[in-house]
Write a protein that binds this ligand. Sequence first.
Ligand SMILES: [Zn+2]
Ligand SMILES: [Zn+2]
Length: 132
Amino acid sequence: MIRGSCLCRGIRYEINGKLFQALNCHCSMCRKAQGAAFRSRARVLSADFRWISGEHLLTFFESSPGNHRGFCRVCGSPILTKFDSDTSVFSLPLGALDDDPGIRPQCHVHVASKAPWFTISDNLPQFAELPQ
Ligand SMILES: [Zn+2]
Ligand SMILES: [Zn+2]
C-alpha cells in the first residue's frame, strides 16, 4: 500500500499496486505546475488508485489537449494527471506520496527545456525531449 496526500491533507489517496515509469520531467509546464526545477513523477494504473478523502477538492487544468492536471483547490498541491488518450493510467508527482514507492526516477526528460538556474548533478540518462 502506497499512500499520498496534499499539503492541507484534505485530499488523501492510496495505491494498491506498483508505480512505474518514474522519471524527472524538466518541461516548462511541469516546472510551473510544481514550482520547482522539475517534476518527479510516475505512472499508476487507475484501477490501483483509490480516493480516501477530498476527491471533491480536486480541480483540473488542461495544460495541453487531453492532459488534465489535477490539484487541490485549497492548498494547490499537484495530485494527479488524467489523459483522455488513455484512461487506464494516471501520472502523479512523487512529492505528494507519504510512503516510499520503492521505485526511483530512472532518467531526466525534456532537458532541452531545463531551468537555466538548475544543474543536473546525477548520472541518470538525460533526454532532450520525451523518448518514445
Ligand atoms: Zn490540499
Ligand atoms: Zn513535463
